[in-house]
Design a protein around this ligand. Sequence first.
Ligand SMILES: [Zn+2]
Length: 132
Amino acid sequence: MKRHIKYIIVHNTATFDPKISQHYGFFHYVVERTGEIKRIYPESAVIKHLPDVDNEAIHIAYTGGRNKAGSLGDTRTPMQEEALFNKLVALSVKYPACRICGHDELDATSNCPGFSVKDWLRNYEPDLSISA
Ligand SMILES: [Zn+2]
């Protein structure tokens, strides 16, 4: 059944940096530290994170979100940041009516993904030197 997507929700995998977890968790897409994007589940699948919106959501996570000390935060590499940005652009072309937001915008008790998606998208300037 075709889903009506209204939300694209950004997460982290809450794994330690720089260890790359082999268990990606329950996301549609995971962005590796190298910028490689892995499709974990098809977009037609409902993945359970936030019961109120899961039926209408695509979940995308970057690997990391925890530093060596175990603290939560933004651990994205520049390649990861660019790949995440490009994937969000592609998804917003595919689902023009969707809202892109961080997990924490829909669940005030969450520290995920470790940065403000809204501020990041507003201010992000792709670093052309790394995509060349
Ligand atoms: Zn999350």
